[in-house]
Design a binder for this molecule. Structure first.
Ligand SMILES: [Ca+2]
Ligand SMILES: [Ca+2]
Ligand SMILES: [Ca+2]
Ligand SMILES: [Ca+2]
Length: 178
């Protein structure tokens, strides 16, 4: 069997392993590795908050203080992404396109679920990471309820929204007279 090489799992907030580097090598680690008085020069900093992407706990949201009350590696300012609105963008026979709006930075992804209006329990469809729309081929043209969950950078669900296709019959209950 022999000795298996150790698996390397890259993780953004893990301390880099100590390796021997040629002198004058600047790493993206918050330190002045090459001792030239500048920290992380040349490293990408998407949100321009002077914390480089490699060690920024909200890489797309400016948070120079890096406040992280619960210590989970995600900054307070981007800890709880939300979905403000979810709607059916287009519907054609069995093809349904959803669209949504909400937090648009530092989002870990969106999980899409579906259930038929008269059935219980959602079915998982997909996880979207690079769009705020999703097109589904529903099994038939009955009314379906869709649920979209937004995940933070650690993959934890922080908000959800639901929408139904077609004209949902509303129940108009008679006002209860006092
Ligand atoms: Ca550095
Ligand atoms: Ca930054
Ligand atoms: Ca940031
Ligand atoms: Ca946090």
């Amino acid at each position: 069997m022999g000795i298996q090489p150790q698996q390397e799992t890259p993780y953004p907030h893990e301390e880099p392993e100590l390796v021997t580097l040629p002198p004058n090598t600047e790493l993206c680690d918050g330190l002045d590795n090459d001792d030239d008085g500048q920290v992380d020069e040349g490293c990408p900093d998407t949100d321009k908050d002077e914390v480089v992407d490699a060690i920024d706990n909200c890489p797309q949201t400016p948070d120079a203080t890096q406040a992280d009350r619960d210590g989970d590696g995600i900054g307070d300012i981007c800890q709880f992404p939300v979905i403000d609105n979810l709607w059916v963008e287009n519907i054609k026979d069995t093809e349904v396109t959803l669209a949504w709006k909400g937090t648009d930075r530092d989002v870990g992804g969106y999980r899409i679920y579906r259930r038929r209006f008269d059935e219980f329990g959602f079915q998982y469809l997909a996880t979207v990471t690079d769009a705020t729309t999703y097109t589904d081929q529903r099994p038939d043209t009955s009314i379906y309820v869709y649920q979209v969950q937004v995940l933070n950078l650690n993959g934890i669900e922080t908000d959800r929204a639901e929408v139904a296709t077609g004209l949902v019959r509303r129940l108009y209950l008679p006002m209860i007279q006092r």
